[in-house]
Ligand binder design. Sequence first.
Ligand code: PBG
Length: 333
Amino acid sequence: MKKFNSRGFPFHRGRRLRSSSNLRDLVAETLLKTDDLVMPYFIREDSDKMESKNKFGFKRFSINELLKELDEVVKLGIKSVALFPKIEVEKKTDDANESFNENNLISRALKKVLKEFPDLMIICDVALDPYTASGHDGIINSNGEIDNDITVQILVKMSLNLASSGCKIIAPSDMMDGRIKIIRENLETNKFSNVNILSYSSKFCSNFYSPFRDALGSRENLGDSKKDSYQIDYRNSREAVKESLEDIEEGADIVMVKPAGYYLDIINEIKKNCLIPVAAYQVSGEYVMIKNASDDKFIDYRPCVLESLSCIKRAGADLIFSYFSKEVAQWLK
Ligand code: PBG
């Protein structure tokens, strides 16, 4: 930070620059744009339920419903969506084999969506939680541990399956060690050198993911079990920065901090320490808190949403995943 040279009050008055709306716009340091927003969607099989259980439960879209929805959001200027498949209970297993079935829900969705929207950036999670009977992001070995290296082998198959279904941005969100390196090597040797890796590199073991897990149908599977043996302890910032820097070294194209709102210091620190785009994920619990409080008229919806996202941007995020993205695109239009 530069030293501030001023003769002080009254020669300097900070309020002068805040004295009209046009002037405030002229000097504003942060601009929230639709271009930077990613809208997440949950998808389901036609036969599966549309609603997830709680009050603000996310809607799950069948592939056909998704196509209609995308028509709307693309017209609003949204350029990127993240898709999360809700896998039917019968298909969840200990070995998560459905994750690389070339005809699974996400692969079918990718192909259909890309046919109608070839330019849309579709970001797909690489993690096993939709597919495991345990609800964990990895495979449990005979010692009862989430086995890093066995899991990574399946993540590779899953990544190649997504890439061959047309995905241009895969997003490992599992927090296994070394997965970016091994996925990148496998993409290269299988002629997918143009597939980007957006690593959920600094992903915290947060308590704000529950509405997402309800939508994905993984919350019951997980039960009281925690993801703290692979996701980062929220008390740690140096470790979180290290994780992102390592993933860059291993071949990530974009890194991510998740959640966003309570982790602005981490976003800022990573932004200062790297030269690639930094993403932030305003997660389901953050969304629900604003939604809930404004439905009950404790806070004003639109200004609070815009403030929450602008502050994530100000902290250093180049792109933001948010469940508010569609509405914000409407407001900004
Ligand atoms: C799965 C995944 C999670 C989220 C995105 N990908 C949940 C988790 O790690 O349990 C959370 C997103 C949200 O809460 O909105 N690996």
